[in-house]
Design a protein around this ligand. Sequence first.
Ligand code: GLP
Length: 245
Amino acid sequence: MNLTHIKIYNDYDKMSAAAAELILDVVRTNPEAVLCFATGNTPVGTYRELVARAKESGTDFSRCFCIGLDEWLGVPGNKSGSCKYILQEQVFDPLAIKQTQVHLFDGLTTAVEAECEKMNTLIENKGGIDCMLVGIGTNGHIGFNEPGVDSRLKAHEQVLHDSTLDAGKHYFKEPTPIKKGITLGLAQVMQAKMLLLLANGVSKSAIIRKALEGEISPAVPASFIQQHTNAYVLLDKEAAAELTL
Ligand code: GLP
């Protein structure tokens, strides 16, 4: 991986501002860009900055297309912790992005394979994802691609690991049963024309070192980023603390 694309910032806010600027650049260069967004705690600041800076600069999001990285299976999109709810609240509503510009996994689907196929076909028909923003789980997952995942997979269903379920619980206001997720696959992460991986805080420092400096292996799904030809890794000082390169 091109090491110049690993950027370390003094704090979370600076990291978030830089990530927002990268996304804004993509949309300014190509107003019809296909964007893919993760949820979780990590990108909250990026979305806040994206919205503020888009408004300030008058960046036009009316022709872009947005895809969701993943979703909890069995959780309706109107529930506070669902990826749909979060993206709607943090990105789509504030940027006035219309429903016709968005495609997300339906967490309530009873036909998971068809749901995955719909997503795969849509991405292909759109000519691929121009910019994909992802976080990283403490076990090295990207989206819901858990350790051991087949890196050739596109959208698929995934039984979630305990650490993912533990972290996931905190996204919901009320107790919500979660067990499985539906996610874009590593094949689609690797095919994104530009990949932004964000991580902040001391809890991510060990996995960031493994992902960026360790062996490339399904045991650490995020390690495949080392083979991506246009990936940006944006870290705060704490998440970068164990890097040696
Ligand atoms: C979650 C999501 C991922 C997210 C990751 C990290 O389980 N499925 O899309 O990037 O874990 O979450 P956080 O940013 O809250 O640490």
